[in-house]
Design a binder for this molecule. Structure first.
Ligand code: 2BA
Length: 94
């Protein structure tokens, strides 16, 4: 079975909920605190290694925990999340 790495950039205020939802469904997840290049605000990049068959479920779980918002300062719309799905060559736990 092929493995994938889901890399999801979500808003800072949603990241804790995303991690809770993933961990409660027994998905391993790592949060990295990041910054958006455009707004230069803090956001979070969440890494989730999954079997290919679980990709849609994990994206749905992330989506359910996030909200699209408009920045009140400048009126910029920030989406609920930006998700990349990457192929994984090897997965080794040491
Ligand atoms: P930021 O780069 O801080 O972008 C925040 C929001 O600003 C974006 O929301 C988008 O609505 C707007 N925006 C970004 N670049 C723009 C530009 N050149 N001109 C006008 N408006 C612009 P989202 O698209 O929902 O993106 C949210 C965050 O996701 C981004 O924060 C960035 O951290 C990440 N992201 C989005 N697209 C990406 C990509 N192609 N590669 C890597 N990271 C990405």
């Amino acid at each position: 079975m092929a493995r994938k790495l889901i890399m999801a950039i979500v808003q800072d205020q949603d990241a804790g909920r995303v991690i809770d939802a993933l961990v409660s469904r027994h998905h391993g997840a790592t949060r990295i605190n990041t910054h958006g290049g455009f707004l230069r605000r803090g956001n979070a990049t969440i890494l989730v290694g999954v079997e290919e068959e679980d990709v849609d479920l994990v994206i749905e779980t992330i989506d359910q925990s996030c909200v699209a918002r408009t920045e009140t300062d400048n009126g910029v719309a920030v989406g609920a999340g930006t998700v990349f799905v990457l192929g994984v060559n090897d997965f080794v736990r040491l």
